[in-house]
Design a protein around this ligand. Structure first.
Ligand SMILES: Nc1ncnc2c1ncn2[C@@H]1O[C@H](COP(=O)(O)OP(=O)(O)OP(=O)(O)O)[C@@H](O)[C@H]1O
Ligand SMILES: [Mg+2]
Length: 217
């Protein structure tokens, strides 16, 4: 369960990214966060991943307040989370393989498991022929796919995805939404930010943000 209680985020004086947001996302729910540019979608996801702290209000994951939690606690929680960044945030000088494998290495998985898992995931999205290429040399859509793999390869409990299909063609986008559906069936809690309505799926709850406020849920 993800809970936000009266969360406000002000970046600079007068730049209110979120205003008094209260939201509960039960375990296993898939939630689309819709809203125009600047509505606060990325900020909402970053608060849940502890990349930003709220100016006021509280955020909790699995009944534990993350607001005020120290770095070791946050790192431990993140091992069970995945984040697809709007700007991918791959390590561009590393290979595709190393970008995909890094979380499995952190989790101490065996070399054989990692090799198989990375291959399987890359094959699933059709990126296996790029396995030893530099991540920085991929196209925008390929980077987005790799970023999705990196966020899901360790079977997270919570997936936060920021415009995850924005750079993909329609067929690939549908493929990725199918993958999200499978994760949903496995009980993964998901928050997916989008500024468009078209990637909507019928299993999702819809929350609309405007100027940092929830206008529809
Ligand atoms: N690091 C930051 N420093 C200052 N202001 C920021 C920062 N990040 C976001 N903002 C501001 O907060 C508001 C919400 O931004 P946010 O990125 O959360 O919106 P968004 O809904 O994700 O938009 P988009 O659809 O364009 O990605 C905007 O006014 C933005 O300019
Ligand atoms: Mg954004």
């Amino acid at each position: 369960m993800i809970v936000l209680e009266g969360v406000t985020k002000i970046y600079h004086e007068n730049v209110y990214a979120l205003r008094d947001i209260s939201l509960q996302v039960p375990k296993g729910q898939c939630c689309f966060i819709l809203g125009p540019s600047g509505a606060g979608k990325t900020t909402l996801l970053k608060l849940i991943y502890s990349l930003e702290k709220p100016t006021s209000g509280k955020v909790s994951l699995h009944d534990r307040y993350i607001t005020g939690m120290g770095n070791p606690g946050i790192q431990a929680l993140r091992r069970h989370m995945g984040f697809v960044f709007q700007d991918y945030r791959l390590i561009e000088d590393w290979t595709v393989y190393d970008n995909a494998a890094v979380i499995l290495e952190i989790l101490g998985k065996s070399a054989g498991y990692i090799k198989n898992r990375v291959w399987h995931m890359l094959k699933w999205v059709g990126l296996q022929h790029k396995i030893y290429e530099r991540a920085g040399d991929l196209s925008g859509g390929e980077k987005q796919l790799l970023s999705i793999i990196r966020a899901t390869i360790h079977d997270p409990d919570i997936l936060l995805a920021d415009e995850p299909v924005g750079s993909l063609d329609e067929t690939t986008a549908r493929h990725v939404l199918n993958m999200f559906y499978k994760l949903h069936k496995k009980g993964v809690t998901m928050l997916i930010a989008s500024h468009r309505e078209d990637p909507l799926v019928d299993f999702a709850r819809i929350i609309t943000l405007e100027k940092g406020t929830i206008v529809h849920r």
